[in-house]
Design a protein around this ligand. Structure first.
Ligand SMILES: Nc1ncnc2c1ncn2[C@@H]1O[C@H](COP(=O)(O)OP(=O)(O)O)[C@@H](O)[C@H]1O
Ligand SMILES: [Mg+2]
Length: 267
């Protein structure tokens, strides 16, 4: 993209400039077999959206297209004045830095400490040789400690990641995502590896922190009740298409039947 491309910066409070608009997004891993079938949706500039749907329906593919872990086959992903689907190289790296990603399996560097995991989340901002020497700017270190407090891990900064429980690891994952000062949080089944109580705490934390930053969060979640409890909007997917879209209190059993096609969604 050239230098005359629209700026990433938009005035605070301008919801239209902060929303995510997906148009006709298509993904085929093998030609002629779309996993996402021309999905179109606009996510508002604040609030949590939960994407529910059976396994294999394209939820992860959708999230990975948005942050460009995979390349869409066609379609547009408009965010902060740019089409993420078309970005390459430096422009793509710059845009991706503003998207905080939370993973099911946490994706921490196990042999590094908690604080190092956060600071490595800033690798986009720190020259590689500096990260290797573990020399981080003081402002980043301060910010990392502040974020650890914010996710309830203030006392764990110097613990190695491999000594933490699943819930603690996911808190680190959330803090690492926030370290990027994201304009958008994407979470792919962030609670699937956690027990029910911890799952509630993690969803609450994502909703709280996204709310505090006043940015949208899009969360893939197989647990319908968790989605209902914490999201402002539910998107139901089936076979690569959106078959339900509305506030949680409008989601009926008949909608769940359409989404899950008679599969045991209550189990
Ligand atoms: N890297 C890949 N290569 C080929 N097929 C894939 C790949 N990733 C996912 N798929 C297929 O795409 C479909 C949707 O997968 P996915 O997006 O992971 O669904 P969900 O997250 O809803 O379970 C599935 O049929 C899956 O097997
Ligand atoms: Mg998935």
């Amino acid at each position: 993209m050239d230098a005359s491309a629209p700026s990433l910066e938009t005035p605070a409070g301008n919801d239209a400039g902060r929303s995510l608009t997906i148009r006709n997004l298509r993904k085929e891993y093998s030609p002629g077999k779309p996993v996402l079938k021309d999905v179109s949706v606009t996510i508002a500039g604040r609030g949590m959206t939960a994407i529910i749907g059976p396994s294999g329906t394209g939820k992860s593919t959708l999230i990975r297209c948005i942050n460009r872990l995979i390349d869409p086959t066609s379609g547009e992903i408009i965010f902060r004045g740019q089409d993420l689907a078309k970005l390459r190289g430096k422009e793509l790296r710059r845009a991706r830095r503003r998207i905080g990603m939370v993973f099911q399996e946490y994706n921490l560097v196990e042999r590094l400490t908690v604080i190092e995991n956060l600071l490595c989340g800033r690798l986009g901002y720190v020259p590689v040789w500096r990260a290797w020497l573990r020399k981080f700017p003081a402002a980043d270190v301060d910010r990392a400690f502040h974020l650890l407090d914010a996710v309830g891990l203030g006392d764990f900064a110097n613990q190695r990641a491999d000594q933490l429980s699943g819930g603690q690891r996911q808190r680190v994952g959330i803090a690492r995502a926030l370290m990027q000062e994201p304009d958008l949080i994407l979470a792919d089944e962030p609670t699937s590896s956690l027990d029910p109580k911890t799952s509630v705490e993690i969803m609450e934390l994502i909703a709280q922190r996204a709310g505090e930053r006043d940015i949208p969060a899009v969360v893939n979640i197989h647990n319908v009740e968790l989605g209902r409890r914490f999201a402002d909007r539910i998107i139901g997917m089936s076979k690569g298409e959106i078959v339900f879209d509305g506030p949680p209190n409008t989601l009926q059993d008949s909608d769940l039947l359409a989404i899950y096609g008679g599969q045991g969604w209550l189990e």
